[in-house]
Ligand binder design. Sequence first.
Ligand SMILES: [Zn+2]
Length: 520
Amino acid sequence: MQNLILAAVDECHCIYSWEDFRPVFGHIGKLRFLLANIPFALFSATLMPHVASYVATVCNLSHSTILFSLSIRRDNIKLAVIPIDDIGDTRQLFKLLNLSRKRIPKSLIFMDNVHAASTLALQMKAKLAMANGKPEGVRERIFSDTVIGGYWSEIDDRRKKKVMENFKKGITRIVVGTDAISLGLNVDDVDVTIQWGVTENLTLDILWQRMGRGGRGKDRQSYGLIFVKRKLLEPAPGGWEAAFKLVGPQPAPTSEDLDRLQLKTVPVCKGRDLAKFTLPVTPETMTQVNTHLDGLYREVADIKKTFKLAEKERTGTNQQPVSAVQKIDPFSCWFCNSDGCLHQVIKVAFREPGNLFANTSEGWDCDRCARAMNLDPKTPLPCGLTLGDTMAYQLKYPVPGQSELSKVAQSVRPDKMNASRTKELKEFLIKWRKEKLDERHYPLMILPCIILPDFVISRIVKDITHIVTLKQLRRSLKAADFDVTSSLLTATDLLELLKKIEEHLHSTEKGNTQKGIILF
Ligand SMILES: [Zn+2]
């Protein structure tokens, strides 16, 4: 003990972000009393001001603590936000598996919980085994188990070590997992990092930690792809200009003003003005940016109670429900929705010490910049995606699928369904369900009922004369007590199902019909 010269805590942001997961981290400050005369040092690559404030309080750091900040910028990571209809709609991810093993980019796929990550890893392995022969074949299973690795805290150390060794050597091409990956990873040639879904557990510092696992080698370029449910994007009409119109000229913030932000730690969720989250970070919008930063958090008297307060802030009531977009971390919400460069939001959030607008990246560095540069939407991204699939381009170009469906504007419905047409429709729906299962290559233990149970099929058949719009289809599913969100049926699947029903009814059309109109 007498030889101890320093107590160091690495990845100290985990004291904040893992508060629930590792409550024992909350007691780290007691060490300060045991090691009263030993200097404490805390390190993190991603320490946001309010996290620094929390960590300093929990660790009982003294007032003489010095904060050294280095640049957060990583210009070699091309960022893209990609809208998806549902977390279960993994088709875009599965495109990674259409490549030969050597051509699959070295990829890390992050999810926010172990169950979701293990399910995704299983699905991907089954799909890959299928692509190489039979999903149940021993040779195919060993192959897919090697190419795709899973990594989360519950996996034993020997297995974790093996996954990382194989990933380093390039035998394993994709690792699916949770934050545990970041702690065990020392690989400098990761080509792509993927965040699959944004939940309320994802804070911007966690996201930036994950994206930062890519392109760590010298002169290496990498991609950071963030897949976000469409309903969390474009949160409110009107845009940021209208939302900030009352903000008059204001003096530039002093360092004291910015220090004050450290005391504001509870994110303001209820009553959040969502239009403000499209605000771009540019030299012209800095007044609004500082106003916005100031409004994201609420002051608290007791910093150690922030988690409980934050949780309370996110909980709605039956009368006043809190929408999904209001629950997510305010900085993650801003990052996903900003009309301007995504790197700039990161730099502002972390209080980048250097010149915020010094541009050192070559070419485009995020989908917003690519759009501003008018790059071709066909410009390829990893996973078989293109710039046209990103949020910035989706705003400009129509969403595929919906426009196609709206062409079926004059739908026909029989007045009555006779026995033979009812039987045909039922068989058709069962066939469609099987196609869906085959197409996704779900693991063998997944039963058809998780896509569309028999009782739901019966309900659709019963209600068919009233199902013309997507809303009506959803109503029938609800009437059958079928919870779409906990099934593997995605929003895209529902659109497709409606379209297929249309086509089927057209092809079997006999006798009297009535017209319906598709409304969205
Ligand atoms: Zn950019």
